[in-house]
Design a protein around this ligand. Structure first.
Ligand code: PLP
Length: 398
């Protein structure tokens, strides 16, 4: 089939591709330690599942408003306002089948061909993909290991031009686990206001900030009219397969996103919306329990990684990812991160190459610790053995 030329510009998320390879290996009976996918391993809390059952029993099976029912938008707005200390209305709220359609929607509704959008590097790969497929230019903003994966405000300033329309900001971050400091958020505000660009603040990991309270850029003056706050149920409530996300944005943009939804998917699932409404309205203790468990796993995984020769890992401040620097291991083998990803999978350890998140991710690999502690313990053993195995390969070839 002759694909449209725009398909040459679209990117991907390798977690799904590695996932397909893992599934094939498992079908062949191989044991794989799965650190590649960013999804909580806990079941969705029961009260949320009950919400979906109740919606089914009440025959809520029709189309809804394209941007989500008033009830779910009202509930998300209430929850989001409480969390961030800023008032959002249902008219500013768009609910979608996952956070991803809103990322794509922001690029679709805001970027002309030739415009520029700044994306974190390493960062969630869909930002770059969405920008490029619109014919706009994606400008990478390096996140620095030595700054706990914050960026230099001077570098951001140098990246801004008269064509800059959009900045993707992600905190806590995928893939690094970094959390942007208040100084950085404030500096971004100053630049956004001075240069009049929009900020898409991807806050889908807001529930997992370990050592201090979560802070959103929207709390800074002047950001209300230029920020899209992206949130969702996948990570917070362990609901990635349900597909539910939502965002707060100025009303005119919410209308444009609604038109886009009508064109693409009509509305999010009526049943899932009800589950999502119950999720944000209900008790949040299970979310806190999941985060407490992630915190224990973080301590364990980071100390194991840092005990390995040639591996060093900045302690992640949020999300459920560790992003160790493996440059010494790669240098010895004359490998790229990709080669290590492939080798580790052959040894039963599934991780993602840092380069899948941008050029600045080269030299790193991403581990998700959203997997059971027993798997992390055994998987780290296997990882260490795999790296030891490389020393033998080296000796054999030396
Ligand atoms: N934003 C970031 C930073 C993510 O890591 C992910 C998923 O991995 C998403 C957005 C997409 O979330 P959803 O499953 O709600 O589409």
């Amino acid at each position: 089939m002759n694909l449209a030329s725009r398909m040459q510009n679209i990117g991907t998320e390798t977690a799904f591709e590695v996932g397909a390879r893992v599934a094939a290996l498992e079908r062949d009976g191989k044991k794989i330690y799965k650190f590649h996918i960013g999804q909580p391993d806990f079941p969705t809390p029961d009260y949320i599942k009950d919400g979906a059952r109740d919606a089914l029993d009440a025959n809520q099976t029709g189309y809804t408003e394209a941007r989500g029912t008033y009830a779910v938008r009202e509930a998300c707005a209430r929850y989001g306002s409480r969390l961030r200390g800023v008032d959002f209305t249902p008219e500013q709220t768009v609910v979608a089948p996952g956070a991803k359609p809103i990322l794509f929607g922001a690029a679709f509704t805001l970027l002309e061909a030739g415009d520029e959008a700044i994306v974190p590097d390493p960062g969630f790969p869909i930002y770059d993909s969405a920008v490029r497929v619109m014919g706009a230019k994606s400008v990478p903003l390096p996140l620095l290991e030595e700054k706990a994966f914050n960026f230099e405000l001077d570098t951001l300033q140098e990246s801004v031009t008269s064509k800059t329309k959009l900045l993707f900001l992600n905190t806590p971050q995928n893939p690094t686990g970094g959390v942007l400091t208040d100084d950085v958020l404030k500096g971004v505000r100053d630049l956004a206001v001075d240069h009049d660009f929009t900020v898409l603040a991807d806050e889908v990991y807001n529930s997992t900030v370990y050592d201090r309270p979560f802070r959103s850029i929207i709390t800074y003056e002047g950001m209300r009219e230029r920020t899209i706050i992206l949130d969702g149920h996948s990570k917070t409530y362990s609901m990635p397969g349900w597909r539910l996300g939502y965002a707060f944005m100025p009303e005119d943009l919410a209308k444009a996103m609604t038109t886009l939804a009508i064109n693409i998917y009509s509305c999010p699932s009526s049943i899932v919306q009800e589950a999502g409404r119950v999720a944000v309205d209900g008790p949040q203790d299970e979310v806190r329990a999941m985060v407490a468990e992630f915190k224990k796993r973080r301590e364990y995984m980071v100390s194991r990684l840092n005990a390995i020769d040639g591996v060093s890992c900045v302690k992640p401040q949020g999300a459920f990812y560790a992003f160790p620097n493996v440059k010494p291991v790669l240098a010895k083998m004359n490998w790229k991160s990709n080669d290590l990803e492939r080798y580790l999978l052959s040894q039963g350890v599934a991780v993602l190459s840092g380069s899948a998140f941008g050029a600045c991710g080269e030299g790193y690999i991403r581990f998700s610790y959203a997997t059971a502690m027993s798997e992390i313990e055994a998987g780290m053993e296997r990882f260490e053995q795999a790296l030891d195995g490389l020393k033998n390969v080296q000796k054999a070839t030396a």
